[in-house]
Each structure stands twice: as C-alpha cells, then as structure tokens.
Design a protein around this ligand. Sequence first.
Ligand SMILES: Cc1ncc(COP(=O)(O)O)c(C=O)c1O
Length: 412
Amino acid sequence: MKLDIDFVRTQFSQLDDDPEFIFAANAGGSYVCNQVNDLMEHYNRHTRVQPYSRFSSSNDAGKAMDRAKQLWADALNIELSELTFGPSTSINTYVMAQAIGANWKSGDEIIVTNQDHEANSGVWRRKAKEKGVTIRQWGVDLVTGLLDIDSLLPLINANTRWVFFTHCSNIVGTANPVAEITKAIKANSNAKVFVDAVAYAPHHICDLKALGVDGYAFSLYKVFGPHQGLLYVNREVTDDLTSQAHYFNTGSPGYDYNPAGPQHAQIAACAGVIDYFNDLHRHHFGNSAAKLAEKMNDLHDLIQAYENQLGASIIDFLSNHADIQLIGKTHTNDNDRAPTIAFKPLRQSSESLVHALQDNGIGTENGNFYAHRLITDLGIDPEDGVVRLSLVHYNRQADVDRILVELDRALN
Ligand SMILES: Cc1ncc(COP(=O)(O)O)c(C=O)c1O
C-alpha cells in the first residue's frame, strides 16, 4: 500500500496558500493540520473560559483538554499520569533538569552527547556543574556526525545516573536505535534514560513502553499541531524526582513538571493531531479496532516508505556532488534516515545558497539550528552553519524535483 498524498494534502489548508512555494523547513515547525485548527477555533469561540468548572462552557473546555490528554497517552502507549503538556521542549527539559538534578550529588555521573539540540544538553550540563556531578560526553563521529553505541558503553559505570541523547538529530537526520541503546544502558548500569524526540516525532509517533525509556520529549508544533511540548516521565522514576509544582499540586498528574501551568486551548487542540492520524489511518486501512499505538505503527510503515523515497534523490544528489559536504548517512536503505537533510556547500556560504533557494521559491534555512556543539565539532562555522532541507509526508515528489533543479542552479 502507498501513502495517498492527495488525501494527505487536503488535510493541510496552508498548502493551498501558494502552490508555487515549496515548504522545506518543516524541522523548524510544520504546517498545522485542519483538525487542529478546527479544534482551536472551536475552543476559542465557545469554551474560552477557565476549564473544569460545572457551568457548561467550562465543563466542555475541561472535557476537550481531557480528550487530548487521553488520545496522546493512548497513542504513546503510556498512562495519563505519565504525560505532561508544557509550553515547549526547551522549557520542559529545563524544568526536568530541576526535577531530576535535585538529588544529584558529587560522585554521580551523567552522559550527554554533542549530537543534541542544546535543549537536551545545556540544561543537564549546567545542573551537573552546579551539583559537582561528572559530565561524560558521548561524542559523534567527526565526519558523519553519527553516534555509535560502541563508544557509549565505555562511558557507563556504576555511578551513571542518567543518559541523555536524541532520538534523531535535527542536523544528522538519522534515528538512533533508542530501544537497543536503552537496553544496553540498563544492562550495564542503573542509569535512567531521557530522549529528545523533537526531530523524530514528525516522522513516527512511538510506543514509549516498547522503547523502554524513562523520559521522552517532543514538540507538537513540529508534529502538525499547536505550540506545545509533550513530555513523558515513566512513573517508575518519579519517586527519584522533585516536583516543580506548587506545593499543594505536588503529585497531581500534569503539574509536577509544568510550573508554567497548562495552556488550555493549545492542549485541547492537540487532540486534532491524533484526529488527523486517525483519519489518515481510516483512509488507508478502513475502520479498525486496533489500539491507537498500533495505528501509529501502521502509519509509520506507510510514511517511512514514502519519506524514504522523498529523501533518497536529494541525498543521492548531494552525496555525489563535489562541492557539498553532506552530514549523516548517504542513503536511506537502513530505514532510519529522516528526510531532514543538512549539508555544507564548500564553494559558497550556506547563507548565499539558502538565499538563492529562497529567491526561487524554496522555503529553507541555514544556521546551527541550536545544535551549536555539533556544528562546531564538525568543523563548521556555527554562524553560517549548514543548509537544511527538511521534508515531511505532505511534501511531494514534485517538490523534490523542484528542489533538485534549484539546488543544481544555485550550486553552479
Ligand atoms: C531536536 C530538537 N530538540 C529540541 C528542540 C527545542 O524544542 P522547542 O522549540 O519546543 O523548545 C528543537 C527545536 O528546534 C529541536 O529541533
């Protein structure tokens, strides 16, 4: 079965705004599906009051929020009490650094990478320094930017408390085998595992119990939804963490790791992403009694095959071009390469290439994308950074063909 791209594109009204424009900067923030816009509009027009009281608009508001929470918990195969919606992933990890780090002491160790976005790096490093905790860095291959599990294992020991890494770098675009890495960490230590999935979730909503992680975070504004960060904290680790809620809310699901408080309309509208995925599933597989998490896996197979095809010709073009340094894998054969494609032009700045692409209708960007450590360690100037073309499953082969024409022109 193939992804019905025509159906997909009817679900995103912004795609109709300018048919000539190719949006290839999805990793910065995706278009919003119609289901989300409808829920957001409904909330703002009819239930824009403090939720969870008995009068009808307030009761409806609370129900809309509860529906979103339950749908996301089911999609991720987690319990409601393990789910937090916060304003963004950066603030969620910042809060988690306070919650996780409160009990750290001198002699403890943590492992971080130089592959991550700073949101899953700086907060842990800063807290570790404050607490006298040893920071070990799981370093990338300095040419490809890839992480190798063999270089992680020697860093783990009896003092390792937490390991923080990314499901998929927003630059390298290759998914790390999270389940395998987590299993190896747990076989060699009592360490807990926290994963940043911001660059992976737009391509696959994962079953978190199957991954075996203790913390997992991603941003719904990159997954066709509102500007919200979604955070999972495994209930088996919460006894080790310090609640960041008002004292009287300690232990209340959704509050322990969100001192900002819930953003009502945004949370309610998050249900629309799952409504979209449900519609997409029904369109391809018919009515199904499968659990939501299973539907997410069905969709993943469909989307991955489609996205592999989208990414392959761009990756092929760039990896065979003499004037390009491509970051990450040079093929999609391993089924782990998202179409998030970053590269450095060798005979011009990233900025000048991006300007040429933008002037010809390709929405793309250059920079370090807050993966400052990675870009620097790869020997690239972090100001000019890399060019990043990032596609999702609503992009078309016709978009790829245009990108290739414009790339060729801009490079010559
Ligand atoms: C891989 C990755 N992690 C974390 C973040 C931070 O997410 P947020 O913007 O929700 O704070 C981003 C944002 O671009 C990202 O790409």
